[in-house]
Ligand binder design. Structure first.
Ligand SMILES: C[S@@+](CC[C@H](N)C(=O)[O-])C[C@H]1O[C@@H](n2cnc3c(N)ncnc32)[C@H](O)[C@@H]1O
Length: 211
């Protein structure tokens, strides 16, 4: 029996998934855990937030509707086009970027109070995880936060690529302190028991080992 082919994670392949309607990840609504965080979060507004791999943008629209100044990034043109349409219909001002997230720095370095993550990290090749942690640290102001929902299932050979809570902490430890890491209790049924909510604060000194 031949080994399964690795998934194509290029921009062209993601665009093709949108064009062919193969978008099983698309909830058609914001992540419930992010909705809950937004309804509780005590951050002074306005605050600048960036949503990575925003897709059609339900999470970005949620934040914009709450008064965040939102930048949403995705390298699939169809995703950005759908988000632009929704933003216009809702009359919400968002800054949209059709761009690979790994090219955001140095242009946008240090500009955000929040980086928001929902099913972008799990869509990246696991070899890019350290680069992702570095990217998030670079995008944030000192003291800024990463707020996200992460797949913590242990299935092999996806995407969505899962990660253990321990590995999550290890990847971000060089730059961040953990404010919150807990299983999501408000997942949509298909994701129940497979998600963790993570909130991290960028440390002022990110040159060390994270100890
Ligand atoms: C699983 S989808 C999730 C989309 C959205 N967050 C949601 O929950 O509906 C992953 C998204 O990340 C985008 N993406 C993956 N790698 C990316 C990269 N390196 N730069 C920008 N976007 C990327 C894909 O185009 C896709 O829209």
């Amino acid at each position: 029996m031949s080994a399964p082919q690795p998934a194509d994670l290029s921009a062209a392949a993601w665009e093709q998934r949108y064009q062919q309607g193969r978008t099983a990840w698309d909830l058609g609504q914001p992540a419930p855990a992010l909705q809950r965080w937004v309804s509780r979060q005590p951050a002074p507004l306005p605050a600048a937030a960036i949503v990575l791999g925003a897709g059609r943008g339900y999470d970005a629209l949620l934040l914009a509707g709450q008064g965040f100044q939102v930048t949403a990034v995705d390298f699939a043109p169809s995703a950005i086009a759908a988000l632009a349409q929704q933003a216009e219909a809702a009359q919400l001002p968002l800054s949209l970027r059709q761009q690979d997230i790994f090219t955001l720095v140095p242009d946008l370095a240090g500009q955000f109070d929040y980086v928001v993550e929902h099913t972008c990290f799990c869509a990246l090749d696991p070899s890019l995880r350290s680069a992702y942690a570095q990217l998030v640290a670079d995008l944030l102001t000192p003291g800024g936060e990463l707020v996200g929902v992460f797949f913590t299932h242990n299935r092999q050979g996806c995407p969505p690529f899962g990660i253990t809570p321990g590995d999550l902490q290890a990847i971000f430890r060089p730059y961040f302190k953990v404010l919150e890491l807990q299983p999501v209790t408000v997942s949509v049924p298909a994701r129940a028991g497979e998600e963790h909510f993570l909130r991290l604060q960028r440390r002022q000194d990110t040159s060390g080992s994270g100890d």
